[in-house]
Design a protein around this ligand. Structure first.
Ligand code: DGY
Length: 319
């Protein structure tokens, strides 16, 4: 059996695939594979491990209907046309659970980095602008005891909420399509309407999937409903916020700051005005990029590939 891997996965995954007598072909170039190249690369393969934002749309799936399984190197699956995959009987696997802690760490890191203007201050040192001790430079704000709003309280949102409640006794409010009663019990999270989430959150952290319903959800009208001293954090998908509107909301001080691990588009242009703002911290989509999490993701990928090649139910299948 043969698998094509469209990027890098942790070595443990490659080793385990080999141990299962699966022949690996891997995309090694330092750029994202194009749609045409991906179709060509999958021509003689039995399985695909999809690393990165390749669009697995109807065009791709119809051209590669011979694939027995597609294992995503992500928990997110917004890049896949699930209806077409289902029609063609191609099972799609993802990597839920194992990356929740690392991704929530990234949201937490961004929250602190924004609140203390850390990236901006670091840049000043690099630019030779640290001349003397200044007791009141661009001052930050503290998050202790403030209200954390979670948009999408699933596994990752819950991890973020736990950290903020434990470290800073933050009150947690959330908005979901359905209530998360376990989280309500565990961390005393309060379910609120979307409008209340906007008007009461001091830090609003996005942990929902990108769907037609959440696409472009955070526009200027939405930012205007947030507190002027609030911080917007997005570690989910860049498509959930409208980036031009976010820039305007920050420039016009409609909100106080923003921390992004995901941007729209990705990669972000180096001249993007967000990168020059004091109260903004941007990371290049590294939410789950730790040794431990990448290894755990690779092991799940192997389980999905092996099961798919045997025609068995995937242990982590996107439905
Ligand atoms: C995920 O797992 O969805 C990460 O954002 C990587 O795409």
């Amino acid at each position: 059996m043969k698998v094509f891997i469209s990027g890098n996965i942790a070595p443990v995954g490659l080793k385990q695939l080999e141990e299962n007598n699966i022949t690996i072909t891997q995309w090694k170039e330092n750029r994202q594979i194009t749609a045409e190249e991906l179709i060509e690369a999958c021509k003689d393969q039995d399985a695909l491990v999809s690393v990165g934002p390749n669009k697995l749309n109807a065009g791709f799936l119809n051209a590669c209907k011979h694939l027995k399984v597609i294992a995503l190197h992500s928990v997110g699956f917004d890049q896949v046309d699930l209806d077409t995959a289902k029609k063609l009987n191609i099972p799609i696997g993802n990597t839920p659970g194992v990356l929740s802690g690392a991704t929530a760490d990234t949201a937490f890191l961004l929250m602190l980095a924004v609140s203390r203007k850390a990236f901006f201050s670091h840049k000043k040192i690099i630019q030779g602008e640290w001349k003397n001790y200044e007791p009141s430079p661009e001052l930050g704000i503290e998050v202790k005891g403030k209200t954390l709003g979670i948009f999408g309280l699933g596994k990752i949102g819950l991890e973020m909420a736990r950290k903020c409640a434990a470290a800073y006794q933050m009150k947690v409010i959330y908005h979901n399509r359905s209530r998360n009663e376990d989280a309500e019990k565990e961390i005393d999270a309060e379910y609120v309407s979307f409008e209340t989430l906007l008007s009461q959150s001091d830090v609003l952290s996005i942990h929902t999937a990108l769907t037609p319903e959440t696409q472009d959800k955070f526009t200027i009208d939405i930012f205007k409903q947030m507190k002027p001293n609030s911080i917007f954090i997005n570690t989910a998908r860049g498509g959930i916020h409208n980036e031009k509107d976010l820039i305007r909301a920050l420039e016009e001080k409609i909100i106080w700051g923003a921390g992004l691990d995901v941007t729209n588009p990705e990669p972000m242009d180096k001249d993007n005005p967000l990168l020059a703002m004091e109260n903004v911290a941007v990371l290049p989509h590294i939410g789950s990029a730790t040794e431990e999490t990448r290894a755990a993701m690779a092991k799940i990928i192997v389980q999905n590939v092996v099961a798919g090649l045997k025609g068995e139910q995937l242990p982590f299948e996107v439905k």
